[in-house]
Design a protein around this ligand. Structure first.
Ligand code: SF4
Length: 225
């Protein structure tokens, strides 16, 4: 590994910093373990062919975030509308691959073939369209790391939300690459707690809100919502 590579940023750190650099500051001080529910949801991404036609009784035992019917409809739509992508995600070239790029390193849950591209599996929920910004930055990092390893351009990444049966493609647009670069710079320049965001949409669900001191006594927090 080169000296430059030894300074590489973990994909997960990059994604956290894309959400909020201060959150990364807190996360780096604590223990980080992947909760079992997250692992269970991720594991579903390797069983789509068994799950897409499974009856309600079978899906009832799966950690779905939507109804069994919606889950089947989402996967079935993907299978019929984009058979190439369906084939790629159900028969990946490799799984759980450590990618070491020039700037960032981390696990791609799958590497898809023809063309080569990383696929990241999220245990969370997708936005209405596309992919949340932190996951976009993560996807760009994984695509760039794969491109670095293969010495060829990688212009797309895939993000899977198995608990919803939703799969989204992320093109590496100029805007997304710029967001990636900004986040890399933010992580590299971090030498103390970065400023608070004071962004309710991000701070309300943040697990460090109390520690961070941004928690305001909104009606929602008073109600414990
Ligand atoms: S509470 Fe807000 S400012 Fe503080 S770490 Fe979380 S997201 Fe960042």
């Amino acid at each position: 590994m080169s000296a430059e590579n030894s300074q590489s940023i973990a994909f997960s750190d990059l994604r956290t910093a894309a959400y909020c650099p201060r959150k990364l500051y807190y996360a780096r001080r604590g223990e980080r373990e992947v909760p079992p529910e997250v692992l269970e949801r991720r594991e579903m991404a390797f069983r789509y062919p068994d799950l897409v036609d499974a009856p309600d009784a079978v899906l009832a035992d799966e950690p779905l975030a939507v109804s069994p019917r919606r889950f089947r409809e989402n996967l079935d739509r993907l299978r019929s509308r984009d058979p190439d992508l369906w084939a790629a995600i159900t028969d990946p070239e490799a799984r759980e691959v450590l990618l070491e790029g020039r700037e960032c390193r981390g696990i791609a849950h799958k590497v898809l073939a023809d063309p080569p591209r990383p696929s990241l599996v999220s245990a969370g929920s997708p936005p209405e369209d596309g992919v949340w910004e932190p996951r976009t930055v993560h996807a760009v990092a994984a695509a760039k790391a794969l491109a670095w390893e293969r010495e060829r351009p990688v212009e797309t990444a895939v993000v899977e939300y198995p608990a919803h049966g939703v799969v989204r493609t992320v093109d590496l647009t100029t805007r997304r690459k710029a967001a990636y670069r900004r986040t890399v710079r933010a992580v590299r320049s971090m030498d103390g707690p970065p400023p608070r965001l004071r962004d309710d949409a991000k701070c309300d669900p943040c697990e460090y809100a109390d520690e961070c001191g941004v928690r305001t006594r909104t009606l929602r927090s008073l109600l414990g919502g």
